[in-house]
Design a protein around this ligand. Structure first.
Ligand SMILES: NC(=O)c1ccc[n+]([C@@H]2O[C@H](COP(=O)([O-])OP(=O)(O)OC[C@H]3O[C@@H](n4cnc5c(N)ncnc54)[C@H](OP(=O)(O)O)[C@@H]3O)[C@@H](O)[C@H]2O)c1
Length: 293
Protein backbone atom coordinates (compact mmCIF):
# COMPACT_ATOMS: atom_id res chain seq x y z
CA UNK A 1 0.00 0.00 0.00
CA UNK A 2 1.08 3.63 -0.47
CA UNK A 3 0.20 5.10 2.93
CA UNK A 4 -0.31 8.72 3.98
CA UNK A 5 0.86 9.10 7.59
CA UNK A 6 0.28 12.13 9.85
CA UNK A 7 2.44 12.40 12.98
CA UNK A 8 5.13 10.25 11.37
CA UNK A 9 7.89 11.91 13.41
CA UNK A 10 6.25 11.23 16.80
CA UNK A 11 6.98 8.48 19.31
CA UNK A 12 4.34 6.22 17.82
CA UNK A 13 4.37 7.59 14.27
CA UNK A 14 8.10 7.06 13.73
CA UNK A 15 7.66 3.43 14.80
CA UNK A 16 4.61 3.07 12.51
CA UNK A 17 6.54 4.53 9.57
CA UNK A 18 9.42 2.10 10.12
CA UNK A 19 7.01 -0.83 10.52
CA UNK A 20 5.17 0.00 7.29
CA UNK A 21 8.39 0.40 5.32
CA UNK A 22 9.77 -2.86 6.72
CA UNK A 23 6.66 -4.67 5.48
CA UNK A 24 6.74 -3.54 1.86
CA UNK A 25 4.54 -0.45 2.08
CA UNK A 26 5.61 3.02 0.95
CA UNK A 27 4.97 6.10 3.08
CA UNK A 28 4.07 9.70 2.27
CA UNK A 29 4.30 11.57 5.56
CA UNK A 30 3.09 15.01 6.65
CA UNK A 31 6.02 17.20 7.76
CA UNK A 32 5.48 20.64 9.24
CA UNK A 33 9.18 21.60 9.52
CA UNK A 34 12.39 21.11 7.57
CA UNK A 35 13.81 18.98 10.36
CA UNK A 36 10.70 16.73 10.32
CA UNK A 37 11.06 16.39 6.54
CA UNK A 38 14.75 15.47 6.94
CA UNK A 39 13.95 12.89 9.63
CA UNK A 40 11.25 11.32 7.47
CA UNK A 41 13.54 11.20 4.44
CA UNK A 42 16.26 9.51 6.49
CA UNK A 43 13.69 6.95 7.69
CA UNK A 44 12.83 6.13 4.06
CA UNK A 45 9.53 8.02 3.78
CA UNK A 46 8.61 10.79 1.36
CA UNK A 47 7.75 14.00 3.23
CA UNK A 48 4.73 16.12 2.29
CA UNK A 49 5.25 19.65 3.65
CA UNK A 50 2.35 21.06 5.66
CA UNK A 51 0.62 21.02 9.01
CA UNK A 52 -2.55 19.38 10.26
CA UNK A 53 -4.31 22.72 9.74
CA UNK A 54 -3.45 22.78 6.00
CA UNK A 55 -6.55 21.00 4.76
CA UNK A 56 -5.54 21.29 1.09
CA UNK A 57 -2.29 19.49 1.87
CA UNK A 58 -4.17 16.74 3.72
CA UNK A 59 -6.54 16.38 0.77
CA UNK A 60 -3.59 16.05 -1.60
CA UNK A 61 -1.94 13.49 0.69
CA UNK A 62 -5.06 11.33 0.88
CA UNK A 63 -5.73 11.67 -2.86
CA UNK A 64 -2.37 10.27 -3.92
CA UNK A 65 -2.26 7.30 -1.52
CA UNK A 66 -4.18 4.06 -0.96
CA UNK A 67 -4.60 4.30 2.81
CA UNK A 68 -4.21 6.77 5.69
CA UNK A 69 -2.83 6.44 9.23
CA UNK A 70 -3.53 9.49 11.39
CA UNK A 71 -1.37 10.09 14.48
CA UNK A 72 -0.60 13.82 14.61
CA UNK A 73 -1.83 15.67 17.66
CA UNK A 74 -0.71 18.94 19.22
CA UNK A 75 1.63 18.49 22.18
CA UNK A 76 0.29 21.67 23.83
CA UNK A 77 -1.50 20.65 27.04
CA UNK A 78 -0.62 23.95 28.79
CA UNK A 79 -4.23 25.17 29.20
CA UNK A 80 -7.81 24.08 28.58
CA UNK A 81 -7.92 26.47 25.60
CA UNK A 82 -4.78 24.94 24.09
CA UNK A 83 -6.20 21.42 24.46
CA UNK A 84 -9.51 22.48 22.84
CA UNK A 85 -7.60 24.06 19.95
CA UNK A 86 -5.69 20.78 19.44
CA UNK A 87 -8.93 18.79 19.50
CA UNK A 88 -10.58 21.19 17.02
CA UNK A 89 -7.58 21.01 14.68
CA UNK A 90 -7.62 17.20 14.74
CA UNK A 91 -11.40 17.06 14.23
CA UNK A 92 -11.22 19.28 11.13
CA UNK A 93 -8.36 17.18 9.75
CA UNK A 94 -10.18 13.87 10.30
CA UNK A 95 -13.41 15.23 8.80
CA UNK A 96 -11.46 16.24 5.71
CA UNK A 97 -9.65 12.90 5.44
CA UNK A 98 -12.92 11.00 5.93
CA UNK A 99 -14.66 13.06 3.24
CA UNK A 100 -11.77 12.52 0.84
CA UNK A 101 -11.94 8.72 1.32
CA UNK A 102 -15.74 8.40 1.21
CA UNK A 103 -16.85 5.73 -1.24
CA UNK A 104 -13.29 4.50 -1.87
CA UNK A 105 -13.19 1.51 0.53
CA UNK A 106 -9.68 2.67 1.40
CA UNK A 107 -8.51 2.33 5.02
CA UNK A 108 -8.43 5.27 7.43
CA UNK A 109 -6.79 4.19 10.67
CA UNK A 110 -6.89 6.68 13.50
CA UNK A 111 -5.52 6.73 17.00
CA UNK A 112 -7.55 6.81 20.18
CA UNK A 113 -7.25 5.90 23.86
CA UNK A 114 -8.47 2.89 25.83
CA UNK A 115 -11.63 3.71 27.80
CA UNK A 116 -11.90 3.10 31.55
CA UNK A 117 -14.71 1.14 33.16
CA UNK A 118 -15.16 0.97 36.94
CA UNK A 119 -14.30 -2.42 38.42
CA UNK A 120 -12.97 -4.22 35.34
CA UNK A 121 -10.55 -4.01 32.45
CA UNK A 122 -12.06 -2.14 29.50
CA UNK A 123 -12.51 -4.02 26.24
CA UNK A 124 -12.70 -3.15 22.57
CA UNK A 125 -16.51 -3.27 22.84
CA UNK A 126 -16.67 -0.44 25.40
CA UNK A 127 -17.52 2.99 23.97
CA UNK A 128 -15.05 5.87 24.13
CA UNK A 129 -15.69 8.60 26.71
CA UNK A 130 -17.23 11.62 25.00
CA UNK A 131 -17.20 14.02 27.98
CA UNK A 132 -14.40 15.86 29.79
CA UNK A 133 -11.46 17.86 28.44
CA UNK A 134 -10.64 15.47 25.60
CA UNK A 135 -14.18 14.14 25.12
CA UNK A 136 -14.15 15.88 21.75
CA UNK A 137 -11.52 13.39 20.57
CA UNK A 138 -13.84 10.53 21.52
CA UNK A 139 -16.72 12.12 19.60
CA UNK A 140 -14.52 12.63 16.55
CA UNK A 141 -13.22 9.06 16.53
CA UNK A 142 -16.76 7.71 16.97
CA UNK A 143 -17.84 9.79 13.95
CA UNK A 144 -14.86 8.50 11.94
CA UNK A 145 -15.85 4.89 12.70
CA UNK A 146 -19.35 5.74 11.48
CA UNK A 147 -17.90 6.41 8.02
CA UNK A 148 -17.81 2.62 7.61
CA UNK A 149 -21.37 3.03 6.33
CA UNK A 150 -20.12 5.44 3.66
CA UNK A 151 -17.42 3.35 2.06
CA UNK A 152 -14.40 4.10 4.23
CA UNK A 153 -12.59 1.17 5.90
CA UNK A 154 -12.19 3.02 9.20
CA UNK A 155 -10.48 1.63 12.27
CA UNK A 156 -9.39 3.07 15.61
CA UNK A 157 -6.31 1.77 17.40
CA UNK A 158 -6.75 2.65 21.05
CA UNK A 159 -3.62 3.44 23.05
CA UNK A 160 -3.10 2.66 26.72
CA UNK A 161 -1.98 5.36 29.18
CA UNK A 162 1.69 4.78 28.42
CA UNK A 163 3.23 4.12 25.01
CA UNK A 164 6.91 3.73 25.86
CA UNK A 165 10.23 3.37 24.06
CA UNK A 166 13.62 3.42 25.81
CA UNK A 167 11.78 4.01 29.11
CA UNK A 168 10.19 7.25 27.94
CA UNK A 169 6.68 8.34 26.95
CA UNK A 170 3.08 8.54 28.12
CA UNK A 171 1.83 8.75 31.70
CA UNK A 172 4.91 6.94 33.05
CA UNK A 173 6.99 9.61 31.28
CA UNK A 174 4.99 12.37 33.00
CA UNK A 175 5.51 10.60 36.34
CA UNK A 176 9.25 10.54 35.58
CA UNK A 177 9.22 14.26 34.66
CA UNK A 178 7.46 15.07 37.96
CA UNK A 179 10.02 12.96 39.87
CA UNK A 180 12.91 14.87 38.29
CA UNK A 181 11.19 18.19 39.02
CA UNK A 182 10.18 17.52 42.64
CA UNK A 183 12.90 15.13 43.84
CA UNK A 184 10.38 12.38 44.74
CA UNK A 185 9.16 9.52 42.57
CA UNK A 186 5.60 10.14 43.68
CA UNK A 187 2.18 8.76 42.91
CA UNK A 188 -1.32 9.92 43.85
CA UNK A 189 -3.48 7.86 46.22
CA UNK A 190 -2.18 4.52 47.49
CA UNK A 191 -0.56 3.64 44.16
CA UNK A 192 -2.54 0.43 43.65
CA UNK A 193 -4.40 1.99 40.70
CA UNK A 194 -3.34 0.33 37.44
CA UNK A 195 -2.40 1.84 34.09
CA UNK A 196 -2.15 -0.19 30.89
CA UNK A 197 0.93 0.16 28.67
CA UNK A 198 2.49 -0.87 25.38
CA UNK A 199 5.90 -0.61 23.74
CA UNK A 200 5.80 1.78 20.75
CA UNK A 201 7.21 -0.91 18.45
CA UNK A 202 4.40 -3.30 19.39
CA UNK A 203 1.81 -0.54 18.92
CA UNK A 204 3.28 0.07 15.47
CA UNK A 205 2.70 -3.55 14.50
CA UNK A 206 -0.94 -3.24 15.46
CA UNK A 207 -1.35 -0.11 13.33
CA UNK A 208 0.02 -2.05 10.36
CA UNK A 209 -2.28 -5.02 10.99
CA UNK A 210 -5.31 -2.72 11.31
CA UNK A 211 -4.35 -0.91 8.10
CA UNK A 212 -3.93 -4.16 6.21
CA UNK A 213 -6.93 -6.10 7.43
CA UNK A 214 -9.25 -4.54 10.02
CA UNK A 215 -12.91 -4.62 8.96
CA UNK A 216 -14.62 -1.23 8.60
CA UNK A 217 -15.79 0.50 11.75
CA UNK A 218 -13.71 -1.51 14.23
CA UNK A 219 -11.75 -0.62 17.39
CA UNK A 220 -8.58 -2.32 18.65
CA UNK A 221 -6.59 -2.23 21.86
CA UNK A 222 -2.80 -1.80 21.66
CA UNK A 223 -2.43 -3.10 25.20
CA UNK A 224 0.55 -5.25 26.20
CA UNK A 225 0.44 -4.72 30.00
CA UNK A 226 -3.19 -4.88 31.10
CA UNK A 227 -2.38 -2.77 34.15
CA UNK A 228 0.82 -1.95 36.04
CA UNK A 229 0.26 -0.65 39.59
CA UNK A 230 1.38 2.98 39.66
CA UNK A 231 3.45 2.43 42.81
CA UNK A 232 5.40 -0.28 40.96
CA UNK A 233 6.05 2.18 38.12
CA UNK A 234 7.17 4.84 40.63
CA UNK A 235 9.41 2.29 42.38
CA UNK A 236 11.42 1.66 39.20
CA UNK A 237 11.54 5.39 38.38
CA UNK A 238 12.79 6.19 41.90
CA UNK A 239 15.43 3.46 41.86
CA UNK A 240 16.71 4.44 38.40
CA UNK A 241 16.86 8.15 39.28
CA UNK A 242 18.13 7.63 42.84
CA UNK A 243 15.09 9.34 44.36
CA UNK A 244 12.76 8.46 47.26
CA UNK A 245 9.43 6.85 46.34
CA UNK A 246 6.08 7.58 47.97
CA UNK A 247 2.58 9.03 47.81
CA UNK A 248 2.27 12.73 46.89
CA UNK A 249 -0.76 15.03 46.54
CA UNK A 250 -2.71 14.78 43.29
CA UNK A 251 -1.95 18.47 42.62
CA UNK A 252 1.71 17.54 42.00
CA UNK A 253 0.57 16.39 38.58
CA UNK A 254 -1.49 19.51 37.74
CA UNK A 255 -4.41 18.81 35.41
CA UNK A 256 -3.40 15.13 35.17
CA UNK A 257 -3.72 14.51 38.94
CA UNK A 258 -7.31 13.26 38.97
CA UNK A 259 -6.75 11.02 35.95
CA UNK A 260 -3.51 9.65 37.45
CA UNK A 261 -5.48 8.62 40.54
CA UNK A 262 -7.87 6.40 38.56
CA UNK A 263 -7.66 2.63 38.17
CA UNK A 264 -7.93 2.08 34.40
CA UNK A 265 -6.79 -1.40 33.31
CA UNK A 266 -7.59 -2.51 29.79
CA UNK A 267 -7.68 -5.80 27.91
CA UNK A 268 -6.52 -6.67 24.39
CA UNK A 269 -7.81 -10.25 24.34
CA UNK A 270 -10.09 -9.61 21.35
CA UNK A 271 -7.38 -7.75 19.41
CA UNK A 272 -4.86 -10.58 19.92
CA UNK A 273 -7.39 -13.21 18.89
CA UNK A 274 -8.90 -11.43 15.89
CA UNK A 275 -5.82 -9.78 14.35
CA UNK A 276 -3.16 -12.23 15.60
CA UNK A 277 -1.30 -9.36 17.32
CA UNK A 278 1.24 -10.49 19.90
CA UNK A 279 3.41 -7.92 21.74
CA UNK A 280 7.11 -8.92 21.62
CA UNK A 281 8.99 -5.98 23.08
CA UNK A 282 9.76 -5.27 26.77
CA UNK A 283 6.89 -4.42 29.10
CA UNK A 284 6.83 -1.02 30.81
CA UNK A 285 8.61 -1.99 34.05
CA UNK A 286 11.45 -3.63 32.09
CA UNK A 287 11.68 -0.71 29.64
CA UNK A 288 11.89 1.82 32.52
CA UNK A 289 15.20 0.18 33.45
CA UNK A 290 16.64 2.23 30.56
CA UNK A 291 16.10 5.48 32.52
CA UNK A 292 19.26 7.35 33.51
CA UNK A 293 19.55 9.95 36.32
N1 LIG B 1 2.51 8.32 23.71
C1 LIG B 1 1.48 7.91 24.44
O1 LIG B 1 1.67 7.36 25.53
C2 LIG B 1 0.05 8.05 23.93
C3 LIG B 1 -0.97 7.49 24.68
C4 LIG B 1 -2.26 7.61 24.23
C5 LIG B 1 -2.54 8.25 23.03
N2 LIG B 1 -1.53 8.82 22.31
C6 LIG B 1 -1.88 9.50 21.06
O2 LIG B 1 -1.18 8.92 19.97
C7 LIG B 1 -0.89 9.93 19.00
C8 LIG B 1 0.58 9.96 18.71
O3 LIG B 1 1.25 10.07 19.94
P1 LIG B 1 2.82 10.27 20.05
O4 LIG B 1 3.19 9.99 21.45
O5 LIG B 1 3.52 9.58 18.93
O6 LIG B 1 2.89 11.86 19.82
P2 LIG B 1 4.16 12.79 19.78
O7 LIG B 1 5.43 12.03 20.01
O8 LIG B 1 3.84 13.98 20.61
O9 LIG B 1 4.16 13.24 18.24
C9 LIG B 1 3.17 14.06 17.72
C10 LIG B 1 3.28 14.04 16.22
O10 LIG B 1 2.26 14.88 15.69
C11 LIG B 1 2.90 15.86 14.87
N3 LIG B 1 2.11 17.08 14.96
C12 LIG B 1 1.66 17.69 16.07
N4 LIG B 1 0.95 18.78 15.75
C13 LIG B 1 0.97 18.84 14.40
C14 LIG B 1 0.43 19.74 13.46
N5 LIG B 1 -0.27 20.81 13.84
N6 LIG B 1 0.66 19.52 12.16
C15 LIG B 1 1.38 18.44 11.75
N7 LIG B 1 1.92 17.55 12.59
C16 LIG B 1 1.71 17.77 13.90
C17 LIG B 1 4.29 16.01 15.41
O11 LIG B 1 5.13 16.59 14.43
P3 LIG B 1 6.50 17.36 14.79
O12 LIG B 1 7.60 16.33 14.72
O13 LIG B 1 6.61 18.38 13.73
O14 LIG B 1 6.35 17.94 16.16
C18 LIG B 1 4.62 14.55 15.69
O15 LIG B 1 4.92 13.87 14.50
C19 LIG B 1 -1.44 11.24 19.57
O16 LIG B 1 -2.74 11.41 19.08
C20 LIG B 1 -1.49 10.96 21.06
O17 LIG B 1 -2.46 11.76 21.70
C21 LIG B 1 -0.24 8.71 22.73
Amino acid sequence: MHVFVTGGTGTIGSAVTAELLAHGHTVLALARTDSAADALRSAGAEPLRGSLADLDVLRAGAAQTTGVVHLAFSRDYSSAAAVSAGVAEETAALELLGAELTGSDRPLVTVSGTPWVPGRASTEADPLPVDGPVGGRGRTVTAVLGLAARGVRTAAVRMPRTVHHHGRGGFAGLLTDAARRTGTAGYPGDGTQRWPAVHALDAATLFRLALESAPAGTSWHAVADEGDAVRDIAAVVGRRLGLPVGPVPEETFGPFGAIFAMDQPSSSAHTRRALGWEPRHPGLLADLEELRP
